[in-house]
Design a protein around this ligand. Structure first.
Ligand code: PMP
Length: 433
């Protein structure tokens, strides 16, 4: 049905005043008014199942979070130069979530800021500038986090416009990359070794290596076994630091692991987090060792006006409390495993389904026109997403070919909602779009 006339007028106002490069979902979007758990409701009262919202990990409209934030707003909100309980308690809780040795926390407001700061820490600690990053990666919009972002889906000119200190290496995509399957580790490690050699041959130093610990932007593809252990070893041997970007894949979403790097059995030098840790409140953090954190003093002091504010810290701690009380990581594991098995069953029936990547509630359903050539089914994926909206499901594509459904709902997803998603997807695949 056509949206109500006032929604169309509002959309026209948005298009007039809201800068164009800020994309929006859908050509004819519903006007969303409120949310509850994994559901969103538009102004006509229609509900949608939100299967893409990787920020709102607790679900929408959580009353405990709203109360805690409101209470803190009415008490005090200021900056972290003041001494108040929340900043000490939250920093301490974040440090205790990280592996031994990563005991020092910076609080910022977004994933981009966290990645930017992590890169500055690598520069300050090493005295060098060169960073190795993966192709097909997204790490943020600020100048430095954008520099290490190589995804051509987000920026078609990304590869021509990276600054000289960024050294992108072959994306370790074991499904459609140049080397396939779990035995491809050595080939992907070799491409990192080559980049490191080139930096050395140019007589330059290495600042570090950054990647998502599960290949998120490509659709939740696990890195090949042992990849990070080998790469981290080589990077450290040359004086660089290893940054794990856990903005999307960390913080419990994988269900089986709290951190993405746990799956690879490694410990990074710097962890970046954001998104879910604030459940939508702008919140980001860098967790590292005291030694690396202190290196930033070579560049002066660090201050973020809203990073680590009392409201942000209370929100962050309340998110952790609710995750624990409602066993959301466990739900991500159980409901995620269940959903993955339902999606794999669709793969038995529909040849368009090339693979189901990921784990927990971080899944990627990749559509291909041919299972041998893996020709990406890009237009089909866009059509499927549009048809899913008609059926009441919010879903978007990801990956350089935009042929992967990025399935990352709130971690409170119920089994009933997982079934609804699988059934609507089945209907679209069976009936067409
Ligand atoms: N790193 C990764 C892996 C991300 O997915 C994103 C956001 N999509 C960012 C960093 C940037 O986070 P933010 O949008 O909070 O700045």
């Amino acid at each position: 049905d056509a949206p109500p006339p006032q929604s169309a007028a509002l959309l026209a106002r948005r298009r007039k005043s809201f800068a164009k490069p800020q994309k929006n979902y859908y050509a004819d979007p519903p006007q969303i008014e409120r949310g509850w758990k994994e559901h969103m409701f538009d102004v006509t009262g229609r509900s949608y199942l939100d299967m893409v919202n990787n920020v709102t990990i607790l679900g929408h409209g959580h009353p405990k979070l709203a109360r805690a934030a409101g209470r803190q707003w009415s008490l005090l909100n200021t900056n972290s130069r003041f001494h108040y309980a929340a900043v000490a308690e939250f920093s301490d809780r974040l440090a205790s979530l990280a592996p031994e040795g990563l005991d020092t926390v910076f609080l910022v407001n977004s994933g981009s800021e966290a990645v930017d700061l992590a890169l500055r820490l690598a520069w300050a600690r090493s005295g060098a500038r060169n960073i190795v990053s993966l192709l097909e990666a997204y790490h943020g919009w600020t100048v430095a986090s954008d520099a290490v972002s190589t995804s051509i889906a987000d920026n078609p000119r990304a590869l021509e416009t990276r600054p000289g200190w960024v050294h992108p290496v072959t994306a370790p995509n074991t499904y459609r990359g140049p080397f396939r399957g779990p035995a491809s580790t050595a080939d992907y490690v070799a491409s990192v070794a080559k980049a490191l050699d080139e930096i050395e041959q140019a007589g330059e130093g290495l600042a570090g290596f950054i990647c998502e610990s599960v290949y998120g932007n490509a659709g939740g593809i696990p890195l090949p076994p042992g990849y990070l252990a080998e790469v981290y070893g080589m990077v450290r041997a040359r004086g660089g630091v290893c940054i794990a970007d856990e903005v999307q894949v960390g913080y419990g979403r994988l269900g089986h692991h709290f951190w993405g790097f746990d799956q690879q059995g490694v410990v990074p030098d710097i962890i970046t987090i954001a998104k879910g840790m604030g459940n939508g409140q702008p919140l980001g953090a860098v967790i590292t060792s005291r030694e690396i954190a202190d290196a930033l003093e070579n560049e002066g002091y660090f201050f973020s006006s809203a990073g680590g504010s009392p409201v942000s810290c209370v929100v962050g701690m309340t998110v952790l409390d609710i995750m624990r009380d409602e066993a959301l990581q466990e739900n991500a594991r159980d409901t995620g495993d269940y959903l993955k098995s339902r999606l794999e069953a669709l793969g038995q029936r529909f040849p368009l389904v090339g693979a189901v990547h990921g784990m927990g509630l971080y899944l990627g359903l990749e559509f291909v026109r041919d299972r041998e050539t893996l020709e990406p089914a890009t237009e089909e994926t866009a059509g499927i997403c549009d048809r899913l909206l008609d059926l009441g499901v919010i879903m978007q594509p990801t990956g350089d070919h935009l042929n992967v459904l990025k399935i990352k709902p709130p971690l409170c997803l119920s089994r009933e909602s997982a079934d609804f998603f699988a059934e609507m997807l089945e209907k679209v695949l069976a009936d067409g779009w």
